[in-house]
Design a binder for this molecule. Structure first.
Ligand code: SF4
Length: 95
């Protein structure tokens, strides 16, 4: 049985309310957490996930959640590496 992004979100203890409005509800979790050995498939999944994120009404709180919890996968349209760089840039701007 495939695990959907919604299944994953529901499994998060104390999950934030904004997750109820996530555009990825019901979508294949693998798109946001690509793990296939097939690099081409991972790229296609990532592009598909980011396209959905781009239209998501809760993109901003999702991005903040991904940064605050240093999550794996794509949150708020960004993968972990770009989120870490964004967080670093934001922290430097606060100094
Ligand atoms: S921004 Fe992307 S990962 Fe976050 S809730 Fe929306 S669709 Fe899901």
């Amino acid at each position: 049985m495939d695990i959907t992004a919604e299944d994953f979100a529901l499994s998060i203890p104390g999950r934030p309310l904004w997750m109820q409005d996530a555009a990825c509800k019901g979508a294949d979790r693998d798109w946001w957490f690509p793990s296939s050995d097939d690099m081409r498939l991972r790229q296609l999944q990532t592009v598909a996930a980011k396209a959905i994120c781009a239209e998501c009404p809760v993109k901003e709180p999702c991005l903040h959640y991904g940064i605050a919890n240093d999550e794996d996968g794509i949150w708020g349209g960004l993968a972990q590496g770009p989120r870490r760089r964004l967080a670093l840039t934001m922290s430097r701007e606060l100094v």
